[in-house]
Design a protein around this ligand. Structure first.
Ligand code: DAH
Length: 344
C-alpha cells in the first residue's frame, strides 16, 4: 500500500520550503522528472491488475497535476520575491535634493540691447547691422564729416589702411542703410553694433563699446516725431514718470542737432550724485538727418525728411543697473555677470 497522503504532504512541504529557483528546479526533477518519483510510480503501475491500475493511475495523475501547479505557483512567488528584493536594493531616494545645474544669463549689454530692440520692433522698426571694419566713406564721408575734420584724426580712430577703419559710430550703418534703401522709403530701422575709438580705458571710457542708431526717413517727419519717440524710449527704459529735454548741439550729420537728457530716475529730478545735482542725465545725441546726408544717398531732401539718434548701450546699462565702472562689462568677472540672471 502506498501512502498517497503522506507523499502528497511531504512533497508540498518540500516545495513550500524551497527558497530558490535552483532548489525548486532540482526538486522538480526529483518529483516530476523522467527518472523522478512520479515516473517511478508509472513504472510500478505496469505490474498491477486493470482495476488497481485505474485507481492507481488516477491517484498518480491527480498528484502530478497538483505538484505541477504547486511548483509553478511557488516559482512565481520566488520570482516576485527576487524582483522586490532587487527593487528595494536598487531604490533611488528621490527625496534627496539634486545638484542644480548653473544657468547662465545674458550679458547685461545684450539685455539692454534686446530691450531697446524690442521697444523699436514693437513700433514697426527693423533691425539692421553693418560691418565693424568699415570704409572711411560710410563712417565719415557719407556722414558729412569732411576730410580734415578732427574726428578723422589718427588719434581718435583706429585705421586699418587709408580707406578702411574700425567704425567709430553706428552712424556708418545709417549711411549704408540710406544708400541701400534710398528708393524703398519709408525707412524705419534700429542699428546695434560695436564701435571703436582710440580712447584710454578708464571708469567711463572704453576703446570699444556698443551703440544703437535709430533712423526714420519718410515724408513729413519732424523734430516732434523724434521727441515723442525718444520720450517713449526713456519711459520704457527708466520708468513711466520720466520726461526728456532737448538741448541744442552739433553733429555734422544732423541739422538741427540735439543732445537729449532724461529726468533722473534716481532722485526724480531733485538732484543727486548720479545726476550731479542737476536732475537731468544726458543719454544720447540726435537730430534731423542733414539734407546733405540724404542727398548723398540719393534721397530727395525736399520731399523727404528724417530723424536719427545714437544711444550708448553701456551708458544706458550703467544708469539702469547702477554700475559705476564701464570696465565691468568687459572683464568677465563671473560674480558681476551672475547678478543679471534675475533680469531675464
Ligand atoms: N554718432 C554720434 C556719436 O557717436 C551719435 C549720434 C548723434 C548719432 C546724433 C546720430 C545722431 O544718429 O543723429 O557720438
Amino acid at each position: 500500500m502506498i501512502k498517497w497522503e503522506e507523499i502528497k504532504q511531504e512533497v508540498l512541504h518540500d516545495i513550500e520550503e524551497a527558497d530558490s529557483k535552483e532548489v525548486i528546479d532540482k526538486l522538480k526533477v526529483d518529483v516530476l522528472g523522467k527518472k523522478g518519483m512520479m515516473a517511478g510510480f508509472m513504472q510500478q503501475m505496469k505490474t498491477l491488475s486493470p482495476e488497481e491500475k485505474r485507481e492507481f493511475g488516477q491517484k498518480v495523475n491527480e498528484l502530478k497535476k497538483l505538484f505541477e501547479s504547486t511548483f509553478s505557483a511557488r516559482m512565481e512567488e520566488l520570482i516576485e520575491k527576487a524582483m522586490l528584493e532587487k527593487m528595494k536594493k536598487e531604490a533611488i531616494d528621490i527625496t534627496l535634493p539634486g545638484a542644480r545645474p548653473y544657468n547662465g544669463s545674458l550679458h547685461p549689454l545684450n539685455l539692454v540691447q534686446q530691450e531697446i530692440e524690442d521697444i523699436f520692433i514693437s513700433m514697426g522698426y527693423s533691425v539692421v547691422e553693418g560691418p565693424e571694419v568699415e570704409l572711411d566713406f560710410y563712417n565719415f564721408e557719407r556722414a558729412n564729416i569732411p576730410q580734415g575734420h578732427p574726428a578723422r584724426d589718427m588719434q581718435d580712430t583706429f585705421y586699418i589702411d587709408s580707406e578702411r577703419l574700425l567704425r567709430t559710430h553706428t552712424t556708418a550703418i545709417q549711411t549704408r542703410t540710406l544708400e541701400a534703401l534710398h528708393d524703398k522709403l519709408p525707412i524705419k530701422v534700429i542699428c546695434p553694433g560695436k564701435v571703436y575709438r582710440r580712447d584710454d580705458d578708464d571708469a567711463t571710457h572704453s576703446h570699444q563699446f556698443v551703440q544703437m542708431e535709430g533712423l526714420v526717413v519718410a515724408e513729413n517727419i519732424t523734430l516732434s516725431d523724434l521727441k515723442g519717440t525718444l520720450e517713449l524710449l526713456a519711459r520704457k527704459m527708466f520708468g513711466d514718470s520720466r520726461t526728456i529735454r532737448l538741448r541744442p548741439s552739433y553733429f555734422q550729420f544732423t541739422e538741427p542737432s540735439v543732445e537729449v537728457d532724461v529726468s533722473c530716475h534716481i532722485c526724480g529730478g531733485k538732484g543727486c550724485p548720479v545726476c550731479k545735482g542737476t536732475g537731468w542725465i544726458e543719454i544720447l545725441g540726435a537730430g534731423m538727418v542733414h539734407p546733405n546726408v540724404l542727398e548723398m544717398a540719393g534721397i530727395d531732401s525736399k520731399k523727404y525728411t528724417g530723424f536719427a539718434f545714437g544711444v550708448g548701450v553701456e551708458r544706458v546699462a550703467m544708469l539702469k543697473y547702477g554700475i559705476d565702472d564701464i570696465r565691468n562689462f568687459y572683464i568677465n568677472d563671473i560674480r558681476f555677470l551672475k547678478a543679471f540672471t534675475r533680469f531675464e
